[in-house]
Ligand binder design. Structure first.
Ligand SMILES: *[C@@H]1O[C@H](CO)[C@@H](O)[C@H](O)[C@H]1NC(C)=O
Ligand SMILES: *[C@@H]1O[C@H](CO)[C@@H](O)[C@H](O)[C@H]1NC(C)=O
Length: 498
């Protein structure tokens, strides 16, 4: 009788806390034992993987993923389904995603949005998944459903927008959401850009006949983000310091404001994404329509801004590094970026370019290859903190015997692959480009393992998992830095205290 289902030997284990040569034994989908390196090389096991000195880490947790959402802006539809998006995720070392269940403005329920999204994902996911609800219509009914979301449905986070007509909430609506989220221990994610300023700048640019993709960058000037970030933090503090997470922070002034709030102990969390580490304004400023490949919001900024964002990752300002995978095909005039091109506007109109870029598969390899984060920090921001922030730890994001699911990435031994360019034909999404074409990489996940099963084996079979293997994850409340304990100590929102 085999004692284990899978043993990984000769790996260097990296967690958010430590780097150590350890063997890992797995049974029934769970990590059951860590042992000194080599000790398990002769264990009785159904399968043995020799990591040959490569790094072994908890599987990536990507907590910001858009798949198969209904078109909110009347422009473009998602290039990836749950099937193709999660296929791409596992090939890049990600074993858990949290995607969005979007409520439409004209719908009064958020539970309906959740049901609809379950139907899309069920039996269609290669990796495990959870949902954030996207609240576009915070009417009384929707707010009253928050309790069920958190306590029954296992959805302990939501997202709101301060921009985009189809989604934008006014400040009073934001306060109502925060208050309801607070009493149900739901974490609120905020897209902080000032939608009114965006509309105004867009009109000014168009009046000056400036339509090319690069003007998308001008229309999303940094001040939109820093102003809205400041306002979001102020609104959170009014509602007795309700925890919020600023998504996809791109800009140093916003990062600095977040840091200042954290320094005085406010429960303010922040996320950034590879596009703010690897792309700049110059990538939007390509001949013709090419720049549309990098159109996302906020837009890529300047080289100095990139440095500040790296620093924010290194110094703990950003808790998580997610992909914000939001894919549209490029050479596609029916669903993709080119829907905004017409005879009158041969380089399109930046206002109508579908916003978003693919990145679910490239997140880990790009950041790992850049070698700008310590290994433990890399695991912390790409896996462990995401699991803690969204109530999945220690089942996900860790390697704790008897407790953690056996979700792992095994990298090649350093140097084995040499340096090689990233090209779109290496990727498994359903998108016809990557914004990172030609970037040099130094490593790639060799195996991705989910609940003890190898689902990606780069050398033998590639995608070897199945699209019905991924499970829905009911999540607990956020545990990062014990945020809800700290918040409760401050007492509830009290009008008399204002
Ligand atoms: C999902 O797949 C399982 C097993 O393959 C099957 O039993 C179940 O009926 C499927 N559910 C749906 C909704 O298709
Ligand atoms: C940490 O990084 C952020 C973002 O770049 C920056 O604003 C802040 O000054 C840095 N703080 C420290 C203590 O280095």
């Amino acid at each position: 009788m085999d004692e284990y289902d899978l043993v990984i030997t000769n790996g260097v284990c990296v967690t958010a806390a430590d780097v150590a040569p350890l063997d890992i034994a797995i049974r029934d989908g769970t990590i059951v034992l860590l042992a000194p390196s080599g000790l398990l090389s002769k264990a009785r096991t159904k399968r043995l993987i020799d990591a040959e000195g490569g790094y072994v880490m908890p599987g990536g947790v990507d907590c910001h993923v858009h798949l198969q959402e209904p078109s909110m802006f009347g422009k473009g539809t998602s290039a990836d389904s749950y099937e193709t998006g999660t296929r791409s995720a596992i090939a890049g070392g990600t074993t858990t995603i949290i995607a969005f269940a979007p409520q439409q403005k004209n719908v009064d329920s958020v539970l309906t949005a959740l049901t609809n999204t379950h139907a899309l994902a069920q039996n269609n996911s290669f990796c495990d998944y959870g949902f954030h609800v996207l609240v576009a219509n915070p009417c009384e009914k929707a707010l009253s459903e928050f309790e069920q979301l958190a306590s029954v449905e296992g959805v302990t986070s939501l997202k709101i927008y301060m921009t985009y007509e189809a989604l934008q909430l006014r400040d009073n609506e934001i306060l109502s959401v925060l208050l309801a989220a607070r009493s149900n221990h739901i974490l609120t994610m905020i897209h902080a850009e000032n939608g009114d300023v965006l509309a105004w700048l867009t009109e000014k640019l168009e009046a000056a006949k400036l339509f090319a993709p690069k003007y998308h960058g001008h229309s999303h000037a940094p001040i939109l983000e820093s102003e809205a970030t400041n306002r979001a933090i102020a609104l959170s503090s009014l509602v007795a310091d309700t925890p919020i997470l600023l998504v996809h922070v791109s800009e140093p002034a916003a990062a600095l404001r977040i840091r200042a709030a954290q320094t005085v102990g406010q429960p303010i969390f922040a996320e950034t994404c590879p596009q703010y580490l690897f792309l700049t304004r110059d990538d939007l400023d390509q001949p013709g329509f090419e720049g549309a490949k990098c159109v996302c919001a906020p837009p890529p900024r300047d080289a100095d801004d990139q440095k500040a964002i790296w620093r924010g990752l290194q110094n703990g300002t950003f808790a998580v590094l997610s992909s914000d995978h939001c894919p549209f095909r490029f050479d596609d005039a029916v669903t993709g970026k080119k829907t905004c091109i017409s005879d009158e506007f041969p380089v399109g109109k930046f206002r109508h370019i579908p916003n978003g870029i693919p990145g679910i598969e490239t997140r880990l390899p790009l950041v790992f290859s850049a070698r700008k984060l310590e290994l433990t920090k890399f695991v912390e921001v790409t896996s462990t903190n995401a699991a803690k922030l969204y109530g999945l730890y220690p089942r996900k994001g860790g390697i704790i015997p008897g407790v953690s699911d056996a979700d792992l990435v095994v990298w090649y031994p350093e140097g084995r692959l040499g340096e090689f360019p990233l090209t779109n034909d290496l990727l498994h999404h359903d998108v016809d480009y990557t914004p990172y074409e030609g970037r040099m990489l130094r490593n790639w996940p060799r195996y991705t393992i989910l609940r003890g099963k190898v689902i990606w084996d780069r050398d033998e079979g590639g995608i070897v998992g199945e699209r019905s293997y991924g499970r829905f994850l009911k999540r607990q409340e956020s545990s990062l830095n014990g945020i809800w304990q700290t918040v409760e100590e401050d007492g509830p929102f009290d009008l008399e205290k204002l």
